[in-house]
Design a protein around this ligand. Sequence first.
Ligand code: 13P
Ligand code: SF4
Length: 320
Amino acid sequence: NDEQLAYKDRIKKLLIEKNAVLIAHYYTDPVIQALAEETGGCVSDSLEMARFGNTHEATTLIVAGVKFMGETAKVLTPEKTVVMPSLEATCSLDLGCPIDEFSAFCDQHPDRTVVVYANTSTAVKARADWIVTSSCALEIVEHLDSLGEKIIWGPDRHLGNYIQKNTGADMIMWQGACIVHDEFKTKALKDMKALQPEAAVLVHPESPSEIIELADAVGSTSQLIKAAQELPNKTFIVATDRGIFYKMQQLCPDKEFYAAPTAGEGATCKSCAHCPWMAMNGLKAIEEALLDPAGKEVFVDMSLRDGALKSLDRMLTFNQ
Ligand code: 13P
Ligand code: SF4
């Protein structure tokens, strides 16, 4: 609409003026994903967001996602100005893994390698030996297991259980969960699948194990998008945040995508599975972040930076 177009025009000018680039996650509003694409920014999973910000020449990064993504960008490139549309946009995994408690948990098992999901604070990353995202978690844990290492995994218990099952690694888990993926309902998904037997089920591994068991493909957001392109099915039931439909539909215009049910409503569950924190990223907030970066700038405790950078670097250079 006209208001959105006006916002987009103003933001495009500001991005050039401020030597800034927009880095958006697949769970943000489609209008933001489109804007990132139109302006030479990036729309991607959390691993590629980190890589893109790390190597792009812009001096200001506008990170449209949640807090851990902004903090990761700042740890990787402290010389850049990193701003977020909302500094309030957090994540239940980050909130559910406070550093003091997590550190005490790690201290009880000093013989174990600490592997944490990227959805954590800088302090938790600094306490960890390795950071992973869902795109590379399986390979990294497989690698550590092949070296005979025993693992502390945090904070997402569902992703941890999925990896444990697939690698056979010796893992003890922090009991965190994503409030969005934790809501998918097994019985309702089975009912939906029975009504559409030709549909392939795509599941993000932050979902409970009973949901993962019903999947035709399991993976990070980018891996699910790839599966949508590569599987021969014409219809898909998707168990992850509904923001992902923008990219799936763009890349597969002749296929149909349905949201997996979160509360038993079945096949008409159109408004479900959307992260309240990802939803804080809007055009107005992006314009404000560009006009007044100081009010929305991300800072990390520099005494934690080296520790967090060490474990992030291990992830970014793994298999390269
Ligand atoms: P990926 O995009 O890395 O799959 O992560 C999903 C997520 O948790 C973002 O909130
Ligand atoms: Fe965190 Fe889940 Fe939201 Fe991702 S979708 S930011 S994991 S609460």
